[in-house]
Ligand binder design. Sequence first.
Ligand code: GDP
Ligand code: MG
Length: 609
Amino acid sequence: MTNKKANNKRKRNNSNKKYSGNYVRKNQAAKDCTYQEGITVKELAEKINKSPADIIKFLFMLGKMYTVNTSLDDETIELIALEYNINITKEETEDSDSLEDDIVDNPEDLEARAPIVTIMGHVDHGKTTLLDFIRKTNVTAGEFGGITQHIGAYQTNVHGQKVTFLDTPGHEAFTAMRSRGAKMTDIVVVIVAADDGVMPQTKEAIDHARAADVPIIIAINKIDKHNANVDKVYNELADYGLIPEEWGGDTMFTKISAKSGEGVQTLLEMILLLSEVLELKANPDKLATGTVVEAKLDRGRGPVATLLVQNGTLDSSDCLVVGTAFCRIRKMTDDKGKEIKTAKPSTPVEIIGLSDVPEAGDHFKVFADEKRARAVADRRTQAKLELERRTIGLSLDDIATRIKEGDLKQLDIIIKADVAGSAEAVQSSMEKLSNEEVKIRVLRAAAGGITESDIMLATTSNAIIYGFNVRPNATVKRMAEDNNISIRLHNIIYKALEELESIMKGMLAPVYEEVVLGQATVRQLFKVSRIGTIAGCMVDDGIIKNNCGVRLIRNGVVIYTGKLGSLQRFKDNVREVKAGYECGLTIERYNDIKIDDIIEAFEDQEVTE
Ligand code: GDP
Ligand code: MG
C-alpha cells in the first residue's frame, strides 16, 4: 500500500518537472512487439521505431561492434529492449525446420528394409571392380542398358532380397557426410588385396567404420593372384584388432576375386546374414526422409540429385526440402534409369525438379503441402546465409585452403603503412602477384595506424590486413580477433610478398611467427645518467617478458624496434610483468621515450602446424 502511494506521488511530481527525453521515455508504458530468430539491427530498429544508428551507438557503448545488417542474439535484444523500454518477445516458429526424421515410429508399423552397404579400402584393392561385378551379375538383361551411366547408389538382388550399395567417391566423402550428420551406411565392407595386405587406407577405412559404429565385413580380394598371401592379411588385420570367426574372433571374413567373381556370392550372403542380425527396419507408411548421395547440375535437366530414402515412402509427385532447396519432383527414376512412382526405405532414386543443387550428405524431407515446404526451404536458406555471413572472417589457413580448392578466386587486401609512399609501393607489388587462379584486389592502401574502420571493411569483404611499421591498439586487435580477421604485421616488404604468395598457392607454412606478448603504456619517465631513460609503465594487455623484443609505438606508428634492456618491479629485476601491474623498463640502446608511448613486447615463436 505504502509502496503504491509512493509511486503515485512520484509520478505526480514528475509531471510537474522537466526531464530529459530519456527519463520521460522510460516512464511511458512499455510497447509490445515480437521478433523472429535472426532479426538484424536494421529490422529491429524499424520494429521499435528507432534509428539503427542509435542502436549501433548504444551497442558500441556496451563494447559491441555491430553493423545494420548484423543479426542480434536474444541476449542483446533483451538489452536493447530494456534500454528503450520495450516489451519484446520472440516468435517461436510453429514447428521445427529440421529435416531429420523426427516422428517416432510405432514398432508395429516397421517393416524389414534392405541393408545399405559401403565398400571401402586402399586404392587399387578392387572397390570399383567389385561394385561393377555385383552390379552386372545381378541385373537382368533387359535392365542392362541403364547401368552404363554412373550413379552413386544402386540396389541389387540376392536370392530375391535387396541390398543397396553406396558408391562413395572416397573415405573423405564418407567422413564428410558423417560429419554433417548423415548416417547412411549399415555395413562397411573393407576390401583388402591379398597381394598387398593392410595399407594406410585400409586402416583408415577401418577407423572410419569404427568411428561411425558400423559393423565391418572383411573381403580379402585378388585371391586369384599367384602372389596372394591370405595368411599375411589375417595376421595384419589381427594386429589391428580384427579377428576372423575361424580364429575365434567376431569379425566376418571372406575371400573373393572381384575379377573372376569367385566368392562374391558368399560375400553377398554374408551381408544378408549380418543385416538380419542387425534387424534393419523402417516405416514405409509415412512421408519420406533421407539423405542426398550425390547431386549435380545437368545442362538439360537442371539440378539432379541421387537420394537415398531412409524412412517413409517417396512418391513421384511429392514436395520436399533438400538441404536448403525446395523441390516438387518432376521425375523420379530408379538406379537403372527407369521411371518409378514410389520408392520404399533403402531405395536410391534420382530426382529432378530441384530449385538448387544440394550437397552430398544433405538431408531431405517430404512435406504434406507445398506452401510449408517452400517456407521451410526459405527459412533454411536464410539461416544458411546468416551462418555464412557470421563466419565471413576467415583465418589465413582457411583462406589458403579455399584458394587451394579453387573456392576463392580473389583475395582482398587492406594495407596500412607509416607513410603513404610505402603503402603505395606495397599495393603495386601485391597487385602484381595476381595470377590466373587468384586475383589480388587492394581495397584500401593508406598511411596511418590500423583502425576499427579497417576491421569493419575487412569484415565485409573477407580481407587480410597488412600493416607496415604500424600496429593496431588493443581494442582494434580484440575486434579483429572477434571477427576472425587476420592482421599481418611486417617491416620488410619482400617478406610480406613471400607470405602472400604462399597463401595464394594454398600453402601456408611459416616456421616461425612473431607473437605479440603484450602492451604497456608509458606513464612516467626517469632519466638516470648511467642507465638512460627508464620508462615507468602500466601493462595494459598480455605480458612483458625480460629479454623480449620491443616496439615503441607513438600515435599508432612504430618509432623504434629493438630489444628490452631491463625489466623491473620496485627496483628488483623481474622475469615478467603481467597486465594490470606497473613496471619500470628500458629499451636497449634507445632513450627517446615519451609519456603515452606504447611499448609492445613480442617474441618469435615456432608455429606448430
Ligand atoms: P579401386 O581403386 O579399389 O577401385 O580398385 P580397382 O577396382 O580399380 O582395381 C584396381 C586394379 O586391380 C584393376 O586393374 C583391377 O582389374 C584389379 N583387380 C581388382 N580386383 C581384382 C581381382 O580380384 N583379381 C585380380 N587379379 N585383379 C583385380
Ligand atoms: Mg576405384
